[in-house]
Design a binder for this molecule. Structure first.
Ligand SMILES: *[C@@H]1O[C@H](CO)[C@@H](O)[C@H](O)[C@H]1NC(C)=O
Ligand SMILES: *[C@@H]1O[C@H](CO)[C@@H](O)[C@H](O)[C@H]1NC(C)=O
Length: 223
């Protein structure tokens, strides 16, 4: 009887551990696993193939150009330059990545979430009003005004934003706890999905007039 209980508990714990493990980038089981696109001489790990480690070179761990600002001439006035596993194949399985964010005067990085990563952001130029909102039922808003040298954390999965409240351009860099943290921009996902969500769903969800919903869907459709 004791033995059966132990087995049940062990399996329950194992299942729990596996469900936790699949929710995050796995811990690496080797020094590195440089990503490659084809399976010749490769092993499948976490969505990318690993290059034969003997063939790895310094370039697999290198990126250049983060000194260049992104083009902020768009509707929101911001631009995110990604440096994740797609730019640095050596990041595969390592659970970390980087972005540069440029903001035009009064530019906005609109409310979004990273489904797979916590973000730690440092401002190097300008003044940003930043914030995140906790999950239901509290939906508590945490905000801060950041100046150069200030650092702020956006916990994994929570909706957050950065707004340039200065008359000048702003620049920030951020680290993310995933090789590819993913992005869901709230307005684009809800009003700009492809195909569009039935407007009746959004009319009730947002308590809006159906014309307003259809207007919003037309605004985001082209994004
Ligand atoms: C961000 O900047 C890059 C480099 O200037 C540009 O190629 C890209 O189209 C810009 N993205 C957006 C969304 O404006
Ligand atoms: C930035 O993007 C805008 C709109 O796409 C374009 O007209 C402009 O030439 C770009 N600027 C640079 C410096 O590439």
């Amino acid at each position: 009887m004791k033995g059966i209980h132990f087995t049940v508990i062990a399996f329950t714990l194992l299942a729990f551990a596996c469900s936790l493990a699949s929710a995050f980038d796995p811990s690496p089981l080797q020094d590195f696993c440089v990503a490659i696109k084809d399976i010749k001489n490769g092993v499948f790990v976490n969505g990318k193939f690993c290059k034969d480690p003997k063939l790895a070179v310094a370039e697999d761990f290198f990126f250049s150009g983060l000194n260049m600002p992104g083009n902020t001439s768009n509707l929101v006035g911001s631009n995110v330059t990604n440096v994740n596993v797609d730019q640095i194949p050596g990041l595969n399985t390592l659970g970390i990545s980087l972005v540069r964010i440029d903001y035009a005067p009064y530019g906005l990085n609109p409310p979004h979430t990273h489904p797979r990563g916590t973000e730690i952001l440092v401002v190097v130029e300008g003044t940003l009003y930043v914030g995140f909102v906790t999950s239901n039922p509290d939906n508590r808003l945490f905000t801060k005004i950041l100046n150069p040298g200030d650092v702020f954390v956006f916990p994994i999965g929570l909706i957050h934003f950065q707004f340039n409240i200065g008359k000048t351009e702003a620049v920030a860099f951020a680290g993310l706890s995933s090789q590819n943290a993913g992005v869901i921009t709230i307005a684009n996902a809800v009003f700009g999905s492809s195909p569009p969500i039935n407007p009746d769903v959004l009319t009730k969800a947002f308590q809006l007039d159906k014309n307003v919903v259809q207007y919003l869907q037309s605004r985001f459709w082209s994004d």
